[in-house]
Design a protein around this ligand. Structure first.
Ligand code: F6R
Length: 248
């Protein structure tokens, strides 16, 4: 497998010819953790970016017998108002793409339906701490630089909370929901501070459409206006991208 490395502000950036090869590199990290530790807490993302990564994990489970029995997953976010069985909920996504096909110990997701957002978010943070923190966090990046649903303006020390979705984020979701009216107005998301507490962070991005925002996030100033730029401050972040995404 061929990849080229670029070192930038403490970030390791690996450029692969294809997203499948980059996803296999991410799967290698997860496999190494599973083989080394009795308990592995993975922070997980949804969206189109991680699809080849989840396919690769499922393939390793089926074809190579890789066990996920000591893995617990914690998802980054969930749309407000969607019951877990809604086809566009991130709960459904995770079931379809990953959990229905592997032997994970437990999956944790923020709720789409709740009485009290603050309580639901606090409980999620407490659960992460109780389980010993996140060993490894997977991220995609939104067109506006969001990570999780931490939209521009999200502070570096933000915790898991309710957030109103940006117009841009909602427009990007029309391809899943069909019309803008059907896209939820808000979500619950892990905060930037929550994400930055993960021991290791792997951000993946594919295609020319992500090149510009990646360049801002990785080379530009560290600012709440580009939430992914806070990754420059973490110290154990790996960026896995394909060649098109590297042309920013
Ligand atoms: C998803 C998430 C988002 C996405 C981002 C990119 O759980 O937290 O930050 O990673 O919006 O989405 P895709 O991968 O669909 O381009």
């Amino acid at each position: 497998m061929q990849s080229s490395k670029i070192e930038r502000s403490g970030l390791q950036i690996d450029v692969f010819p294809t997203r499948e090869e980059a996803s296999a590199a991410a799967a290698d990290e997860v496999e190494a953790l599973l083989r080394k530790k009795d308990s592995v807490n993975l922070g997980l993302a949804t969206g189109s970016t991680p699809l080849p990564f989840y396919r690769e994990l499922v393939r390793r489970h089926r074809e190579e017998g890789l066990s996920f029995a000591q893995m617990e997953g914690f998802n980054l976010d969930e749309y407000e108002g969607l019951p877990s069985e809604h086809p566009e909920s991130y709960d459904s996504f995770m079931q379809q793409q990953l959990y229905a096909h592997i032997d994970a110990r437990e999956s944790h997701l923020l709720p789409g339906i709740y009485q009290n957002a603050e309580e639901a978010c606090r409980a999620y943070e407490e659960k992460i701490v109780e389980k010993g923190g996140l060993d490894w966090q997977l991220l995609g990046i939104g067109g506006n630089g969001h990570i999780g649903f931490n939209e521009p303006g999200s502070p570096v020390d933000s915790r898991t909370r309710r957030i109103e979705l940006d117009e841009r984020t909602r427009r990007d979701a029309v391809k899943q929901f069909g019309t803008l009216e059907k896209v939820p107005l808000a979500a619950l998301t892990m905060g930037i501070g929550t994400i930055l507490e993960a021991k290791r962070i792997v951000l993946m991005a594919w295609g020319a459409g992500k090149a510009g925002i990646l360049q801002k996030a990785l080379q530009g100033p560290v600012t709440a206006e580009v939430p992914a730029s806070f990754l420059q401050t973490h110290g154990n972040v790996r960026i896995l991208i394909d060649e098109e995404a590297s042309q920013g």
